[in-house]
Design a protein around this ligand. Structure first.
Ligand code: CP
Length: 308
């Protein structure tokens, strides 16, 4: 099936088999990306609307490239400079864009639940490109895909997620996705930005950075989501960096073959130093590359009738 629903709003409805099927499809998409001419006519005649009501570099660009590599036309809408400033509602904005004929909507919004709200009210598939603190399912899939490619699979792995967990839609999608496999997930971060109640998730909470990273096969770092905190929930950025960041000298605490990931954007010098970002443990830029292949697999599945 790949994607068992009309839309991709959350990773929850996807089974392990659905995710593995998307990974196999992404493997095929990677071959297209690696060709000298990166274009196939598979989605020729289809139109994808990228609707971004919140800033993005990686997600928006990779959805645009994914659509174009598959032969679709892609239009980009961002709320800045739109008629939203004149009082147009979210649903009116979407319905007006749909009146121009797109076949699929990719949507990012600062409000948790906004893509779900729209998906229930439109006929075309809606792909959640990140909604508030809720979920970022395509980032979750590309993260799992990257881990699977580096480690040869997901079962049996220990994955540590460190940073601002409670405001991170990436952490939620990663945890939901990883929990469909036989993985051990450890979380670490300041108490003020940890899940208040972690019991819905199959996770362990580490008390120290050493405990968090020492057995990890994968260390996923997150930035402090200042835009989602009314007041900064950590005493100071300098202290955060000292106790919760990874610098070059702290890498000796990790297993030799542990990889370091980050969904971006990185606040260099806060959660990761530049030496770590560009160092040989980092797979951060591979995550970005894999994001295009995964998004091609998602667009193909939803638009070619291979999904629900
Ligand atoms: N990872 C991610 O969502 O990055 P952008 O905000 O740049 O899209």
């Amino acid at each position: 099936m790949g994607i068992p629903t009309k839309d991709l709003i959350s990773l929850s409805p996807l089974s392990r088999e659905d995710i593995e099927e998307l990974f196999n499809l992404a493997d095929e998409m990677k071959k297209i990306i690696e060709r000298p001419v990166k274009k196939v006519p598979t989605l020729r005649g289809k139109v994808i609307a990228n609707l971004f009501f919140e800033p993005s570099t990686r997600t928006r660009t990779s959805f645009e490239l994914a659509g174009k590599y598959l032969g679709a036309d892609v239009i980009n809408f961002s709320s800045s400079g739109s008629s939203i400033s004149k009082g147009e509602t979210l649903l009116d904005t979407v319905k007006n864009i749909l009146a121009m004929g797109p076949d699929l909507i990719v949507m990012r919004h600062s409000s948790s639940g906004a893509p779900h709200f729209v998906a229930e009210r439109v006929e075309v598939p809606v792909v959640n490109a990140g909604d508030g603190i809720n979920e970022h399912p395509t980032q979750g899939l590309l993260d799992l895909y990257t881990i699977r490619n580096y480690k040869g699979g997901l079962d049996g792995l220990k994955i540590t997620i460190m940073g601002d967990i409670s405001h991170s839609r990436v952490a939620r999608s990663d945890i939901i996705g990883l929990s469909k496999f036989d993985t051990e997930i450890t979380l670490f971060g300041p108490r003020t930005v940890m899940f208040y109640d972690p019991s819905p998730y199959r996770v362990k909470i580490a008390r120290t950075l050493e405990e968090a990273v020492k057995d990890a096969d994968v260390v996923m770092m997150l930035r402090i989501q200042r835009e989602r905190q009314s007041a900064l929930l950590i005493p100071s950025i300098r202290e955060y960096s000292k106790f919760y960041g990874l610098s070059h000298w702290k890498l000796s605490l990790l297993k030799e073959d542990a990889i370091i990931m980050h969904p971006g954007p990185v606040n260099q010098g806060v959660e990761l130093t530049p030496e770590v970002v560009y160092g040989n443990r980092s797979v951060i830029f591979n995550q970005v590359t894999n994001g295009v292949a995964i998004r091609m697999a998602i667009l193909y599945t939803l638009l070619s009738g291979e999904g629900s």
